[in-house]
Ligand binder design. Structure first.
Ligand code: AOF
Ligand code: ZN
Length: 372
């Protein structure tokens, strides 16, 4: 069904789409390539939510030459009047005769209607070329549009023997500077960061994305282009004091507790702080309820927490992916463990996971594992 030219062009469209990875949220990253025969006559990608979609950039690039052309799009062209008119209509009006789509748009406002519009106009439409790659590129958008829950990535850092800190809690500088820059980029790709009160009290982190620490990404992403993730602190007993570093950075903070904060504490919060009261489960924040709420705010969350909270996301089957930075160090058996998990009685009970990427990050190794 697909020619080599089709595969080449969709790969080119995917490469374009990836350029929007850090800037399109909450919109998906989408790329589009327009061809006449073997020749590329237009291309573009979605840069920013509220701005033109990929197809509009590509059609503008092609101009009148788009008549009789083929368009390769990494996501079904939209059918709705949102912040921009429907892309399906744009392709029809430009005289495109064939549209190749990687994957359907799960947005209930679109969901097959874009494809139907194109077909009704007599355009030849084929769907599914490099679909897995296209879905993976927008995994948060795909999951959240379909089931209203955000994609959950658990970030972990450990030694060769799976320890995260010395027995006295000292954990700094286990992984190297390249890994820390990589974590900054990971943060910049997520809609929210979730951590626990214990981590905040112990490390006093700012939990923001810092332009100076983005490494090679600094060249292509300006400081104002960064979309700061919402910083979510789980603080079941409302203990977080107001003199912490994270309050000094002006981007959204969501404090989640199971009891109310004292009024004098609430009055001292800066404007960028909001509060969510959730039921407790065994004295802790109900994580399933938390994710339901976060699904209404963003499409993806990064868990950067200690063994208890990270383990709870895994044990409750709420995590989609683990990103593990492993340092060439051995901390010994008195070191702190990576994840608190219930005892497994047999090998069959172990969480199932697939290694989807493995690479060197400085002197460390980064493993990306898909759960389930
Ligand atoms: C496309 N091409 O490049 C993108 C699409 O807020 P709006 O008006 O920009 O609409 C956002 C929705 O449009 C988004 O949720 C998704 O369904 C679709 N994104 N569609 O045809 C694009 N980015
Ligand atoms: Zn569109």
């Amino acid at each position: 069904m697909w020619s080599i030219q089709d595969i080449k062009m969709m790969n080119r469209a995917l490469k374009l789409a990836r350029k929007g990875t850090y800037t399109t949220r909450p919109n998906p990253s989408v790329g589009c390539v327009i061809t006449q025969g073997d020749e590329v006559i237009g291309e573009g990608y979605h840069i920013k939510a509220g701005g033109p979609h990929a197809e509009v950039h590509a059609l503008n690039d092609a101009g009148l030459a788009a008549k009789g052309s083929t368009a390769y799009v990494t996501l079904e062209p939209c059918s709705h009047y949102g912040r921009t008119p429907p892309c399906a209509l744009g392709l029809i009006e430009a005289g495109v005769v064939r549209v190749v789509i990687a994957t359907e748009d799960p947005n209930p406002q679109v969901k097959g209607r874009g494809i139907a519009m194109l077909k009704e106009a007599g355009i030849s439409v084929s769907v599914g070329l490099l679909a897995a790659e296209a879905k993976r590129l927008n995994k948060g958008f795909m999951k959240c549009m379909a089931i209203r829950l955000p994609w959950v990535t658990v970030k972990l850092a450990a030694s060769l023997d799976g320890k995260t800190a010395l027995s006295n809690g000292v954990s700094q500088w286990i992984t190297g500077p390249e890994s820390r820059r990589d974590v900054q980029r990971l943060r910049a790709r997520h809609g929210a960061l979730v951590t626990g009160i214990e981590t905040v009290l112990a490390d006093n982190p700012s939990l923001n994305v810092r332009h100076s620490e983005l490494g090679e990404l600094k060249q292509s992403l300006s400081e104002t282009d960064i979309i700061q993730p919402i910083r979510v602190i789980l603080d079941s007993r409302a203990r977080l004091p107001v003199n912490m570093a994270l309050f000094e950075v002006e981007s959204s903070i969501l404090l989640v507790s199971c009891v109310h904060y004292p009024e004098e504490v609430r009055n001292a919060w800066p404007e960028h702080v909001s509060h969510l009261l959730l039921p407790s489960m065994d004295g802790r924040v109900d994580l399933a309820k938390l994710l339901e709420h976060l699904g209404s705010l963003c499409h993806s969350v990064l868990i950067e927490a200690g063994a208890t909270l990270a383990g709870a996301f895994m044990a409750e089957g709420l995590a989609d992916e683990l990103v593990l930075y492993q340092a060439i160090k051995i901390l010994g058996d008195k070191g702190r463990n990576l994840l608190s998990l219930p005892e497994y009685g047999s090998m069959a009970m172990l969480p199932s996971m697939t290694l989807i990427d493995e690479r060197k990050v400085g002197a460390d190794t980064r493993l990306t594992l898909k759960l389930g």
